[in-house]
Design a protein around this ligand. Structure first.
Ligand code: 6PG
Length: 237
């Protein structure tokens, strides 16, 4: 599958590019626009930008549904919660209907939480099996960790083998917290996968993933549509 790469000056330019991109895609979408959000430092800048009037006043909040590509299994008021971060930086500042926000479960049993989130996705998708040519998401936003993880698809974890579930727990051996994450097949059911990668600390892993190094979980991401890498110069160096 071909992937497009856009190299920009720095993480601020990446946030601006992606804010413009999401606005254009959302405006162009004929009906409900579905996006899976990621955590991470560059997305945080992006969400803050989208909350500014230039974007917030034009974004079709009422027909956009916001999901999460992954989250830590911690309460929303934890500093480690992606949901909490997006609420603080974006949702609390714009007119998005609460019913359009689909946070991942964060209490009880993680496996049951993953199954509950999958049930929500199936209900929104309108089918229990993913179909080619009918993407679950318009956009899946992803980051890239220095250990090659993306979403919460961490090295050496059983979730990397998952072929049927759409959402599963992951307990990384080199990062804190149990996570819930979209699986490879759920991410693949997308029109566009948008990777945001910034900073010199990512340069080595980014080069490996772009070469398709099979040891890196991010190398195995596919999309029924297209993959776009939005990176800054430091990461692309
Ligand atoms: C998260 C995601 C993770 C993230 C990468 C990159 O943090 O919620 O699980 O996959 O996207 O670790 O993070 P940065 O963009 O902060 O480097």
């Amino acid at each position: 599958m071909s992937a497009k790469e856009i190299v920009l000056a720095d993480s601020g330019a990446v946030a601006r590019y992606v804010a413009d991109f999401l606005l254009a895609e959302a405006q162009r979408a004929p009906g409900t626009f579905r996006i899976a959000l990621s955590g991470g430092s560059t997305p945080k800048r992006l969400y803050a930008l989208m909350a500014e009037p230039a974007y917030a006043a034009r974004f079709p909040w009422a027909r956009t549904e916001f999901f999460f590509g992954d989250d830590r299994f911690v309460p929303a008021d934890s500093p480690d919660s992606n949901r909490g971060m997006v609420e603080k930086t974006l949702f609390s500042h714009v007119d998005v209907p609460a019913a359009n926000i689909y946070p991942m479960p964060d209490q009880g049993d993680p496996d049951a939480g993953a199954r509950a989130y999958e049930a929500v996705l199936k209900e929104r998708y309108g089918a229990a099996v993913l179909q080619k040519g009918r993407p679950l998401f318009d956009i899946v936003m992803l980051g890239l960790g220095e250990n090659g993880h993306t979403a919460s698809l961490f090295p050496r974890q059983p979730v990397l083998q998952e072929k049927t579930r759409w959402v599963a727990p992951c307990v990384p051996d080199d990062a804190p917290h149990t996570r819930l994450t979209l699986t490879y097949p759920a991410i693949a059911s997308s029109r566009i996968v948008l990777f945001l990668v910034t900073g010199s600390a990512k340069a080595a892993v980014y080069a490996r993933v772009r070469k398709g190094d099979p040891a890196e979980p991010a190398s195995h991401i596919t999309s029924d549509g297209q993959i776009e890498w939005i990176v800054d110069r430091d990461a692309a160096a």
